[in-house]
Design a protein around this ligand. Sequence first.
Ligand code: NDP
Length: 281
Amino acid sequence: MLAFFGVFGNPIKHSKSPFLHNYTFDKCAETMGFYGIYRRILLENANLLRHKFLELGLSGANITLPFKEEAFSQCDEVEGIAVDIEACNTWVKNDKGIIGYNTDAMGFYQCLSGYDIKNALVIGAGGAAKAVAMILKNNNIPTTIINRTESKLRFFIQKGFECYVSADFSQYRKPYSIIINTTSAGLKDTSLPCEKSILDTLLTEAHYAFDLIYGTQTPFLSLAKKQNLIVQDGRDMLVFQAALAYELFCENINPNYKQTSDKHSFVNSTALMKEIDKILL
Ligand code: NDP
C-alpha cells in the first residue's frame, strides 16, 4: 500500500522534514509493509488546515510555523503533552478522526540524556518555549522563563512557571544548570537572546547551554563555548521530533511496527545523520 504524508507551514520551502521521512520510508519500506511518501505543503490560510489534510487523503502530517496552535484546535482528539502545550506538530488519521500530538517536547528532552540538570532557564516565550518548558516541568525540573515581551509570558504564568521580562531579570537572577535559547535571535542576525552582561553571568554559573536553532552557530552558543560549557544546538532535537512523529505514523498504519527491528533505524542510522549534516550545512 501507498501512504501519503506532508508537512504544513508557511514558509515551507526550507523544511528538512521531507528529507528525513522519505529517507527512512525508502530504507524501511520492505519490512514496514507500506510505501510512504512525504511532501512539503504550503498553506496560505490557517483555517483550511484540516480541510487540506482530509482533501489530500493524508495518513499523517507534521505542522510547523505558524500553524501549531491551529493544529491543536482543528484536530478531533489531542494526546499526551500536546494538551498542556496547547499546540500540535503531528497529526495522525485513524478511525476516530485526526489525532494531534506534540513531538517537539519529547524530541527536546531526549537530547538531554546524560545531563545532570537541577534547574533550567528558558529564554523566549514562543511556541518552542512552551514545548521545552512543559516537558521540563513534567520531569520535575524547576524552570524559569524570561522573554523580551511581557504579554507572551501569560501562558507560562498560568502554568505556574517563574517568569520575568528579560530587561528586569538581572535583579532576580540565580544559578541555573542549563540555559536554553528558544528565541530566533541569532538565526538570521548576530543578536543575542538577552543582554550580554546578564548572559555572561548566567553562563559562568551554568554547566550546559542549548540552542534550538540548527544549521548555524549562533552568537549565544559561541559565547557559551568560550565559557567552556557543554553546548548543543537544535540538530538532534530536529531529528528526534521527526523520529517520534515517524513512529506515530508507522504504528498507526502497521500495528506490528512496535515489534519491528526497524523501529530505531531513524535515529540510529549513521548514514542518515551524515546526510543530515550535509543538508544542514
Ligand atoms: P515564535 O515566533 O513562536 O517565538 C519566537 C520567540 O523568540 C519569542 O519569544 C520572541 O520574543 C523571541 N525573539 C525573537 N527574536 C528575538 C531577539 N532578537 N531577541 C530576543 N528575543 C527574540 O517561534 P518558535 O518558538 O516556534 O521558534 C523559535 C526558534 O526555535 C526558531 O529559531 C525555530 O527555528 C527553533 N525551533 C527549533 C526546533 C528544532 O527541532 N530544533 C523546533 C521548533 C523551533 P518576543 O515575544 O519578544 O517577540
